[in-house]
Design a protein around this ligand. Structure first.
Ligand code: ZN
Length: 347
């Protein structure tokens, strides 16, 4: 059985083109909890093609009142795996990519860079600031939400010069425990439920370019009296993001790793030897004039590249070559990656 998106495709802003775009979109959800549950449900239902889930925890009985994608029988199981099962029940065409890790300064940038949008469904400030800094560096939109007892707030960061980031609004990283997370302060399930749903809505709005994207604004909702407030929050000139020195270092290592060229011969003019790292099958089907060393062989024996020379790796789409270039750079080789791969050359 195939999912039927007709009800949302009826919206004239979406249609078949918007639906196809969603199917190619990649969204990273950090935290499969009270915010992540509804965000995953609605993004899966909408047909977002690729959902990454970051969560290192197992399901606890105290999670269930606010995390309705899980069940009592699942207690003790890893949440990423349960989240994948839940998404597949809703929409088996969605690819779920599991990241059973804690987001940290080592993995945040690479993870966020490999998605189109990051949704902050975490419950602690350390992770929120990490997501913010990595999103600023990776130039990815980030959708933040936090809840406290009966109230919460929603903020959208977009990689545009006038948009506030999390540090523009909250310049001093708040220590965990100052406001309190669910474990300490208590929360009523539908409060994160509402905010996770709003995060899914904002994700779809940004992916589809729909109006009303909370640009440079902070939305505050208080469910004790149903008051709402929108605060204008411009980018601060003295914004410190990215403040995390380790993420800045990782970004610096990556500086100029990708190169955009009109042709492979242009690389030679820059003194770069081109290495085609596609599989034997890909290479024989569509050969290039470059030296061919399949990626697994190259990574197993980087000595195939003489030190002291500069190289440019190419693959079909530029993803494998980027990963291989990062790996080889860490080992001291002067390697770059052709952005967009052979596809970008129209080859
Ligand atoms: Zn900022």
């Amino acid at each position: 059985m195939q999912p039927d998106y007709s009800r949302q495709m009826l919206l004239k802003e979406i249609g078949a083109r918007g639906q196809e775009f969603l199917a190619r979109s990649r969204v990273l959800i950090v935290g499969a909890g009270g915010l992540g549950s509804p965000a995953l449900q609605y993004l899966a239902g909408a047909g977002v093609g690729y959902l990454g889930v970051v969560d290192a925890d197992t399901l606890d009985a105290s999670n269930l009142h606010r995390q309705p994608i899980f069940a009592l029988a699942d207690i003790g199981d890893p949440k990423v795996e349960l989240a994948r099962a839940a998404v597949q029940r809703i929409n088996p065409t969605v690819h779920v990519e599991l990241h059973p890790v804690r987001l940290d300064a080592d993995n945040a940038l690479a993870l966020i860079r490999s998605y189109d949008i990051v949704v902050d469904c975490s419950d602690n400030f350390r992770t929120k600031y990490l997501i913010n800094d990595a999103a600023v560096l990776a130039q990815r939109p980030a959708i933040f939400a936090s809840v406290y007892q009966y109230e919460g707030q929603l903020q959208v960061y977009k990689p545009e010069p006038r948009h506030a980031c999390l540090r523009c609004i909250w310049p001093d990283a708040l220590a965990d425990g100052v406001v309190g997370n669910c474990a300490e302060a208590g929360v009523l399930g539908p409060v994160p439920g509402t905010f996770g749903t709003l995060q899914a809505l904002m994700t779809l709005k940004i992916l589809l370019g729909l109006p009303g994207q909370l640009e440079g604004e902070l939305l505050l909702l208080d469910f004790t009296n149903f008051s709402s407030m929108k605060l204008k929050a411009p980018r601060r000139a003295e914004c410190r993001a990215p403040d995390c020195a380790h993420i800045r270092e990782i970004a610096a290592e990556d500086a100029d790793i990708e190169i955009t060229l009109p042709s492979l011969t242009a690389a030679a003019q820059l003194g770069l030897e081109v290495i085609d790292i596609r599989t034997n099958e890909e290479f024989s089907a569509h050969p290039t004039a470059a030296r061919h060393i399949a990626m697994p062989i190259l990574l197993a024996d980087p000595g195939l590249l003489p030190l002291g020379k500069e190289f440019m790796l190419v693959c079909a789409s530029g993803k494998r070559s980027l990963a291989a270039a990062r790996y080889l750079r860490k080992r001291g080789f002067a390697v770059r990656s052709l952005a967009g791969g052979l596809q970008a050359l129209g080859a």
